[in-house]
Every structure is written in C-alpha cells, then in structure tokens.
Design a protein around this ligand. Structure first.
Ligand code: HEM
Ligand SMILES: [Cu+2]
Length: 643
C-alpha cells in the first residue's frame, strides 16, 4: 500500500534550467553554492577593506579630523565584524562547498537544500547588518560588543541591535552549514576512504564544522540575552538590575576564542594541501597534523579568559588560563614543524599558490609568537587594548587566514573554472600583499609597546606615533593595491584564458581526478580508494613502496614493500582525466537532487523576523508567511519531481 505523500501547493514552478537568475536562486549544487559564497564574501572583503583604509587615513597623522569619533567607532566595529563573519568564515565555506564532495569522492553534500539555505541566510543576514550604514546607525560598540557599552543606557542608537540581530541570523547559517559538512564527511566518503585516508583539508573542515556547531550557539545565547536587554529591557548584563557585564565577556569569549580557530583551521588545511603538491612529497607527519588540529580545537575551549586578564579575575584564574593558553602553542608548533618537514628536501616549485603558503607559515608564526607573549598575564597587562594586540590578531588573521585563503584561490582556481589565473599578475599580487601587510601591521607592534591604545580615533602630536602610523597607512594602501591587482588578474585571465587540464599541478587528491571545471555530477563513477593521496598513487604507483613500507597503519597490509600492482587496480580506477560528455540534465542516469527555491523563501522569513526586532516587533508577523511557506513547501517537496 503506497502512502500518497503530502504535497504543498506551488506558487512558482520548480526551477529546471541551469541558466538564469532562477537557476541560482534554486540551485542545490555544492559547486554553485561555493561560487555564491566566494563572490559574496569577496564583495564583503572589499567593503571591510575600504572600512579599514578609512580608519588608516584617519590615523595617518595626529589630530586628524577626516573622521569624527562616532564614524571611527562604527568603522572599526563593522570592519572587524565584517572581516570575521562576512569574509573569512564564508570564504572558508566557499572552499568547503567546492571541495569536500570532490575530495571524499561524493557527488554532493548530505543535505543539498540545507546547504542552499545556509547560503541564503548568510547573504540576507549580511545585507541586514549592512543596511545599518544606510540608516546611518551602524554598530559602534566594537566587534566583541562589550557590555555595558552595548546596552541602551550607554548606546541608545539602534546600531548594536543591528549587530546582535545580524550575528544571530549569521549564526543560523553557520550552524546549518556546519551540521551539513559533519554529516557529509562522516557518511558520504567513497568506498575505501577511511578517516585516515581523508585529505587534510577535509579533516580541518570536519574539525572546523564541529567547532562551529559547538561555538555558534554560545554566541547565540549571548546575542539573545543582549537583544532582550536592548529591546525588552531585561538586565542580563546590566548591573543596575542585578545583571553582570563581565558575564557578557565570559560568554562572548567562550565563543570568541574557538572562533579564532574556526578562522584559521581552514587556511591551515589549504596550506597542508598546497605544500605537498609543490614539494612533490606527501605531507610530513600526516597523523600529527590531524591530531594537532583536533588538539587545538579541543584546547581552544579552555583559554577564553586570556582575553580578560585585566578584568580582575584574580591570580588563580589568570595563572590557570595563562598555562592553558601557552599549552596551545605546542600543537600549533607541531603543525609548523610538519609544514617545514614537508618542504625539507622537497622538489620545490615556487609559484603563486606556493609563495602564499610559505608566507602563511612565516607570518602566522610571528602572530603566534606575539600571542604567546600576551599569554603571560603581567605582559598582557601592558599589551591589552594596545596596538600590539591589533598587530597580533592581524598577523594571525591576515598573515595567517587571508594569505592561506589566497593560496587556495590560486591553487584551486583552475579546478573551479578550467583556466589559470595569470602567474605574473599573481606574483605581483603576492608581493604587494606581503610587503603591504608587513608595512601596515609591523609598526603596530612597537606603537602598542609604546602605549598607543587601540580604537582611539586620533592621538596627540607629541606622542611620537606619527611616523609609524603614516608608515602603517602607506602599508595598508599597498595591501589594498595588492588586492586590486588580484581583481585585475581575474578579469585579465578571463579575457585571455589559459586553459587548464583536469590535473594541472600533478595533484594528490581526488578533486584532480575529475575534469576542470567538474560536471554537475562530479564523478562518472564513484572512486574506490585504497591510499591516502589516492589519486597521486594511482598515477605514480612506482612511488607507493617509497612511502608506505615505514608506516604501521592499514596501508602496510595493503601494500607489502616492493610489491608491483596487479590488474585489479584497473577495475577500480576512475577515468582520471577523461573528458566526460554526460553533463546536462541526464547526467548519464546519475541521481542528482532537483533545484528548490524553498530554502531561499525560508531564509527571507527568518530575515524579516530579525528586521522585526530592529523596527517594532509587529514586523515580525510579516515574516511568518514566508517562514511557513518555506518550511512547509520544503518539508513536503520531493528531492526529485516524479518524471
Ligand atoms: C586587509 C587589510 C586590513 C587592514 C588594513 C586592517 C586594519 C585595521 C585597523 C586600522 C583596525 C582598527 C584598530 C583600532 O582602531 O583599534 C582594525 C581592527 C580590526 N581588524 Fe582589521 N584590517 C585588515 C584586515 C582584517 C582582517 C582580514 C581581519 C579578520 C579576519 C581583521 C579583523 C579586525 C578586527 C577583529 C579588528 C578589531 C575591531 C575592534 O576593535 O572592534 N582585519 N583593522
Ligand atoms: Cu583568545
């Protein structure tokens, strides 16, 4: 007896064609969603960069009046919030979307419509946050929104309500995406791909997704409490009503420190893919790199109060958090030595992606070392809230996360598009970014040690800070120029296409086994995986014995040293670089989920809900029809319409 499944009346036809705006609104293809994340996040990068340059222009000389204090507060708050939540996190999500199914040998993520939903909620949440600029009320309480400055008592404008509503909506997007990638990586691996055959980037994606699913709800709790304080007059963080402003700091940093690993681990995963490819060696100490990543993610939950050494928690708490913070340097150091071990005696090929990755190691190490410095409470008492801290987190977030992401862009661009980015422009982009970066943030170390506080909109003539600040501002312009060269490179290379094969770099992992760009269904056949770096050893079986006779994991059983490969390999081999002719709807009879516009509709409903808290809560009601339409339509929509 077949159960007649309930269907929800359609207001619009289900998108079918894969061209035109409707096909993007309805897409559930991980590659397209990756592209949407990438383009949107890059646009926010330009916005966040311009916000930073305006700050630098104001600080270029003492007692400048280019910006007034309120504008300065709004700019650094939005710059920090944008770069963290609208740039680095979604750029990493762009790579997750593009690469994870390809690296694990799957045709898509576990929940394609949920994947689309997470993108649309991210987009609409980021737009809502930036509408605040248009209403002239951008958030101004800093990217960590400390109470009581973020309360309506001290901050009556609507800016910080935009901030907390925006972050809560973005949190929904991140959690949905995090869940999706955890399930995808654990459940959709190709046959034979055991956990310790996963590419490192996939491992770092898994660890980052677990961190996202655990950390974003913590921010959501603080956000809902702050929203309720601001809109409904509760006293969670207001000591006048028995609340506790320090509670905000504790909750925010309980989220905030794991957040910094959510920002850096994907870049570490990218670098761990690029270095072996251009050193033509497997990653040195693969298991150590995996465990170090997991250890960093785990230990990251026990250090949050190092952001509060000067709050007055007392020597016992300070000492405990100082020790836990310094301990994190150990797994971080392990990773750095494994990257150096990979380069050691490698057959190094220095091109743009490799130079960005090597720069990542150097700049991130500088950022890490200044971090260890202010892990000691007495030192931090001098450095807290000074430009030394601003230098520190830009060395780890720009020198680390951003340079790592640029390495990934140049590395996988041929895979995503089928053509290369121009190498000469790439090298110019790299050089300008690296020099500009160090000119901008290098001087901030000694400005901070010399006592320059962060977040001040100007400084007096006689403080002796003018030369370093001017230098820093010139540096930020160079950095901006470097980003401009990247944009020129994209358009120049698009107009002068140098086509790329499926495997332009002689890669190691499965994404290089499918055409560039991959067809909608990714793999004609799901690969059978036998080795770590499976695709490399399928191409270079002569190198297997060289690498596997020492390691005592299951590969040993699979590959006795000196053994020649027999024919069975052929049976399982993927037609690596064969051009596939089956793209188009049929996809050679391969099952692919149909498009759906309900994730978009549901995200519109959620965003209107959020907007309700910014205007008056009756507006929330306007979100209900979209919310119900999206939710019911989606839950009653079959993955594929019956032919
Ligand atoms: C691309 C070039 C960048 C430049 C020139 C730049 C410059 C600045 C400047 C001048 C400040 C204000 C410092 C102050 O007044 O206290 C700042 C703050 C900040 N930046 Fe950047 N930044 C850049 C990129 C980034 C990136 C990529 C991230 C993160 C992923 C980031 C995260 C932050 C954060 C979190 C703050 C603190 C905001 C606050 O105090 O609330 N920045 N940046
Ligand atoms: Cu921290």
């Amino acid at each position: 007896m077949t159960t007649k499944s309930l269907t929800f009346p359609r207001l619009f036809p289900r998108p079918k064609a894969d061209t035109g705006i409707w096909s993007w609104i309805g897409t559930v293809d991980h590659k397209r969603i990756g592209t949407l994340y990438g383009i949107t996040a890059f646009i926010w990068f330009i916005v966040g960069g311009i916000e930073a340059l305006l700050l630098r222009v104001q600080l270029a000389r003492p007692e400048n009046d280019f910006l007034d204090p309120e504008a300065f507060n709004q700019l650094f708050t939005m710059h920090g919030t944008t770069m963290v939540f609208l740039v680095v996190m979604p750029l990493s999500a762009a790579f997750f979307n593009w690469l994870i199914p390809l690296q694990i040998g799957a045709r898509d993520v576990a929940f394609p419509r949920l994947n689309a939903f997470s993108f649309w909620v991210f987009l609409l949440g980021s737009l809502l946050l930036n509408v605040s600029w248009i209403t002239g009320d951008a958030p101004n309480g800093g990217w960590f929104g400390y109470a009581p400055n973020s309360s309506t008592t001290f901050n009556p404008g609507i800016g910080m309500t935009y901030w907390v509503v925006g972050l809560n909506i973005l949190g929904v997007a991140s959690i949905a995406a995090g869940l999706n990638f955890i399930v995808t990586i654990l459940n959709m691996r190709a046959p034979g791909m055991t956990m310790f055959k996963l590419p490192i980037f996939t491992w770092m994606t898994l660890i980052t997704s677990v961190l996202i699913v655990l950390a974003m709800p913590v921010l959501a709790v603080a956000g809902i409490q702050l929203l309720s304080d601001r809109v409904y007059g509760t006293y969670f963080f207001d000591s006048l009503g028995g609340g506790d402003p320090v509670l905000w700091q504790n909750i925010f940093w309980l989220f905030g420190h794991p957040e910094v690993y959510i920002l850096i681990l994907p870049a570490m995963g990218i670098v761990s893919e690029v270095l072996p490819t251009f050193a033509r060696k497997p990653l040195f100490g693969y298991p150590f790199v995996v465990f170090a990543g997991a250890a960093i993610a785990f230990m990251g939950w026990f250090v949050w109060a190092h952001h509060m050494f000067t709050v007055g928690l007392g020597p016992a708490a300070n000492s405990a958090f100082a020790i836990s913070t310094m301990l994190i340097a150990v797994p971080t150091g392990v990773k750095i030595f494994n990257w150096l071990g990979t380069l050691w005696r490698g057959n190094i090929r220095l091109n743009t992606p490799m130079l960005f990755s090597i720069s990542f190691i150097a700049m991130f190490t500088i950022g890490g070392l200044s971090g260890v410095m202010h892990a000691s409470p007495p030192t931090d008492a001098q450095q807290q809230d000074t430009y030394f801290v601003v230098a520190h987190f830009h060395y780890v977030l720009v020198g680390g996360a951003l340079l790592g992401i640029f390495s990934g862009i140049y590395f996988w661009w041929p895979k995503f598009t089928g053509w290369f980015l121009n190498e000469k422009l790439g090298l110019t982009n790299w050089a300008l970014m690296l020099i500009g970066f160090n000119f901008t943030f290098g001087p901030m170390h000694w400005l901070g040690m010399d006592g320059m506080p962060r977040r001040i909109y100007t400084y007096a003539e006689d403080m002796g800070w003018e030369t370093s600040n001017l230098f820093s501002t010139i540096g930020s312009m160079l950095l901006g120029l470097g980003i401009l060269v990247f944009i020129i490179n994209v358009f120049y290379s698009k107009m002068n296409k140098k086509m790329a094969s499926a495997d332009p770099w002689d890669g190691r992992t499965l994404e290089w086994s499918v055409p560039s760009p991959p067809p909608p269904h990714d793999f004609d056949e799901i690969p059978q995986v036998k080795y770590r770096d499976d695709f490399w050893f399928k191409k270079h079986p002569e190198t297997i014995a060289q690498y596997y006779h020492d390691e005592h994991d299951d590969q040993d059983q699979a590959v006795p040293s000196g053994a020649q490969f027999d024919g069975d390999d052929e049976a399982v081999a993927v037609p690596a670089v064969a051009e596939n002719k089956s793209n188009g709807h049929g996809h050679g009879g391969i099952h692919l989920p149909d498009m759906s516009y309900y994730p978009f509709v549901l995200s519109v409903g959620i965003t209107i809900f959020g907007a309700g808290f910014l205007t008056n809560t009756y507006v929330i009601a306007a979100g209900v029809p979209f919310f119900l339409w999206g939710l019911l339509g989606w839950s009653m929509e079959p993955v594929n319409d019956p032919e």
